[in-house]
Design a protein around this ligand. Structure first.
Ligand SMILES: [Cu+2]
Length: 398
């Protein structure tokens, strides 16, 4: 068999299609392989092989059924034609199919909203989150109204004005009024939505306190595949960072020439005091990650070489949320929202919102970033000892 014949062969093509489907199946099932995760992470959920294969098969069966019905109708049509009998009026059939599509499609949309509607984001637990939700709701309502009106008009017109020998189509080359209506109305609605969004976003990000002096400054650094937190010590200031100083002991590249770095703290959980302005300074060390905290409506990319920040005020403590959701195990979470590599799914941290007193207690228990090992590496103690020695000598000489 020549090459041209081979690629034209329907059997080969269908085999290829089957192979591709199997490939998709395998891809979707990926994730069951044991992955190297960071400590304290959860194992990946087992993939439901049956469901993937089941839906692929269901789709194939449906395609097959539609094809068979089409063939039967075609044969019926041809036999009618041969016997000089009335042939099927395809315009009527297509018109009815359109109405059926409108009814079942409309019901499908309704079902999807009522069934999956509860799967939207939970109650907003930050000040600006409420504003984002308002905006989202307004946009959704407007879109829904437009959706219902346009779908009814579209399918009703397809049915009402379906092809017929009794009617002649009206030729409409151009109509300025219609052009104006369908340009100006969407333009006004979209402008209102965009301006609404613009002001909300400006309110969230606009900060006269750009350096974060009046907010609690916390560094969040993403790397494959974990988040690191750095809190300011008693001085309330975070020391400078310089990526060239990064090494196994100084994983964040903190610059200890800056005195503010000495009391900086390392934390494993993101603990936040309630009703206080928090400023997250966001960094990435390898690829693009994304800080995502759905309850606080916070999401911002962590880009290597481009520090960003997000300021927000949490308003509901973890305890309150546990009571509200009636879930004693409830935790706020910080996820990575960029598919950044094989263990991306493991890049999450617990976020705990507590009262100010609890926050101060917790902070006092955190370990300093400047560990003994790091002190040794930086020869901080040695130089101090040398200093002491020379001072002693000076004292002796005097
Ligand atoms: Cu990531």
């Amino acid at each position: 068999m020549g090459f041209k014949k081979l690629i034209d062969s329907k059997k080969i093509l269908s085999l290829f299609a089957g192979f591709m489907l199997l490939g998709t199946n395998l891809l979707m099932a990926q994730g069951t392989s044991p992955l190297v995760g960071t400590e304290g992470t959860t194992p990946p959920p087992p993939t439901d092989w049956l469901s993937v294969g089941y839906y692929v098969l269901l789709f194939l069966v449906l395609c097959f059924v539609v094809a068979i019905i089409g063939k039967i109708l075609k044969v019926y049509d041809l036999t009618q034609q041969i016997q000089n009998k009335k042939i099927i009026n395809w315009n009527n059939i297509m018109g009815i199919v359109c109405i059926l599509f409108l009814v079942f499609g409309g019901y499908g949309a309704y079902w999807s909203i009522t069934e999956q509607g509860s799967m939207t984001l939970p109650e907003a637990a930050s000040l600006h989150g409420v504003k984002i939700d308002d905006m989202f709701l307004t946009t959704t309502i407007i879109i829904m109204i437009v959706f219902v009106i346009t779908q009814i008009l579209l399918f009703w017109f397809l049915f009402r004005y379906r092809g017929s020998d009794k009617r002649k189509a009206y030729y409409l080359p151009h109509n300025n009024t219609i052009e104006k209506v369908w340009t100006i109305i969407p333009a006004i609605v979209l402008t209102v939505l965009v301006i609404f969004g613009f002001f909300t976003w400006q309110e969230i990000t606009n900060s006269t306190d750009g350096k974060g002096e009046s907010s609690i400054n916390i560094d969040v650094t993403g790397h494959q595949f974990a988040w690191e937190f750095r809190y300011p010590g008693a001085d309330g200031k975070l020391g400078k960072k310089n990526y060239t100083l990064t090494d196994p002991l100084n994983i964040l590249g903190v610059d200890f020439k800056d005195k503010n770095s000495f009391d900086d703290l390392k934390a494993d959980t993101l603990v936040l005091p309630v009703n206080k302005l928090i400023r997250l300074n966001i960094f990435a060390q390898d690829v693009i990650h994304s800080v995502y905290m759905p309850h606080f409506r916070v999401q911002l990319n962590a880009v290597p070489g481009l520090p960003t920040f997000f300021r927000f005020t949490p308003t509901i403590t973890t305890e309150e949320m546990r009571r509200k959701t009636d879930n004693p195990k409830f935790e706020y979470l910080l996820y990575c929202n960029k598919i950044c590599g094989v263990s991306h799914y493991n890049m999450q941290k617990v976020v705990r919102v507590v009262t100010e007193g609890e926050y101060n207690d917790w902070l006092a228990r955190q370990k300093p970033y400047l560990t003994d090992g790091l002190k040794k590496e930086l020869k901080l103690t040695e130089t101090n000892e040398k200093k002491n020695l020379s001072q002693n000598r000076l004292a002796l000489n005097n």
